[in-house]
Design a protein around this ligand. Structure first.
Ligand code: BGN
Length: 368
């Protein structure tokens, strides 16, 4: 009698333990399970990861991905760490920030390229929101953070060209989405895909009161297929500092008889993470003049003249981090501090750098 009672007690204890473990597991992974629903209808054939062979027998994914949520809650004030993001989305990713849907064959192979320097907090938010969005959009994608080494003048466009070349070395991508690290979409129906014409995705940014600032704008987030990008010879490599490189691309597109396609202004809404202007990225005083030269320069300034040195390629679960030397001039601000340290030695280099950058007539032109 006593023996039966004890056996019952042991069974009860074991059962409670299992229930408790299950409760813990589900409550810890609540968020993950909403993403996991994307992967429900898996079959063994499909389970090859992004680096494996895609399941050949899979049907193509639907034109409109079925699990989209529409308008999203996006909040940047929360303290978030990269480890939080790894816990949140990591189980669905392959090293290097790679993903491929398991229930269907993705329509496009997309490399998402982020020009970067020293904005880890923004990157954390970006990864936290974008990975689930890109997964729900059923893309076969990889995230490439192209990090400019050193303190030279920033060159966003050159970093994007480098992203294009480096991503293609890894995988047969057919679409390239170029995204600022501080821009997060607030509607997941804004598909990170390429279309018949180069596509501008960030059409309604909160910073600009959700309106398109001007008709030809192509900055923020944009998408070009491999063919479209090759047709315009990529971005210019010669826009140093802030502004104009996207307008130059916009002109390249029209000179090659393509149009800019866009989502509507509801779907194309974005939140921008607020921040102070980066150092070593002051408005480029030469940008207006340079925009007059797009037509004559575009065949010789771009992918075919790109040169850089890869310093390091680091694979995180959430992204591929490529650190590159873009052969940037020393920032004039840096030169000024050097000037204080060593006046005589400095004289020649400062003259060279400043004369490269300053065009007094447009120095005060107002940037958006
Ligand atoms: C424009 C910039 C773009 C930038 C948008 C939005 C220039 C060229 C001279 C007019 N263009 O003014 O590069 O993406 O603002 O910030 O500065």
């Amino acid at each position: 009698m006593l023996k039966t009672f004890f056996s019952l007690l042991v069974c009860l204890a074991a059962f409670s333990l299992v229930c408790f473990a299950l409760f813990l597991f589900y409550s810890e992974n609540r968020k993950l399970f909403s993403i996991a629903s994307l992967n429900r209808e898996t079959n063994p054939e499909e389970s090859a990861g992004p680096t494996g062979r895609p399941g050949k027998s899979l049907d193509p994914c639907a034109d409109v991905p079925p699990n989209l949520q529409g308008v999203l809650q996006v909040e940047f004030r929360t303290n978030r760490t990269l480890q939080d993001v790894r816990n949140h989305v990591g189980p669905f990713l392959q090293q290097g920030g790679r993903y491929r849907p398991t229930s269907c064959r993705a329509k496009q192979k997309v490399a998402v390229i982020i020009p970067f320097r020293n904005r880890y907090e923004h990157l954390t938010h970006w990864l936290y929101y974008l990975h689930p969005v890109l997964m729900r959009q059923q893309l076969d994608y990889g995230v490439y953070v192209i990090n400019q080494d050193g303190d030279g003048v920033f060159n966003r466009a050159k970093l994007m060209n480098i992203g294009f070349v480096e991503a293609l070395k890894e995988y047969d991508y057919d679409c390239f989405v170029f995204s600022d690290v501080d821009l997060v979409p607030i509607d997941d129906r804004n598909l990170y895909r390429c279309s018949d014409h180069p596509r501008h995705l960030s059409v309604a940014v909160d910073k600009f009161n959700f309106i398109l600032p001007y008709a030809t704008i192509f900055g923020g987030v944009s998408a070009l297929s491999e063919q479209q990008f090759l047709k315009v010879n990529g971005f210019s490599n010669t826009f140093w500092g802030w502004g104009g490189e996207d307008d130059d691309m916009s002109q390249r597109i029209s000179y090659r008889r393509m149009f800019i396609s866009r989502p509507d202004s509801v779907t194309g809404r974005y939140k921008m993470i607020k921040h102070k202007r980066d150092s070593h990225n002051d408005p480029n005083p030469r940008r207006i003049q340079k925009l007059r030269e797009t037509y004559s320069n575009m065949d010789k300034d771009g992918l075919n003249s790109l040169n850089y040195t890869v310093r390091e390629i680091r694979k995180d679960l959430l992204y591929t981090f490529v650190t590159v030397d873009v052969q940037a001039d020393v920032d004039p601000d840096v030169s000024v501090s050097e000037f204080n340290q060593s006046k005589s030695q400095f004289k020649t280099s400062r003259t060279k750098n400043v004369s490269n950058l300053v065009s007094p007539a447009i120095h005060n032109s107002k940037a958006l």
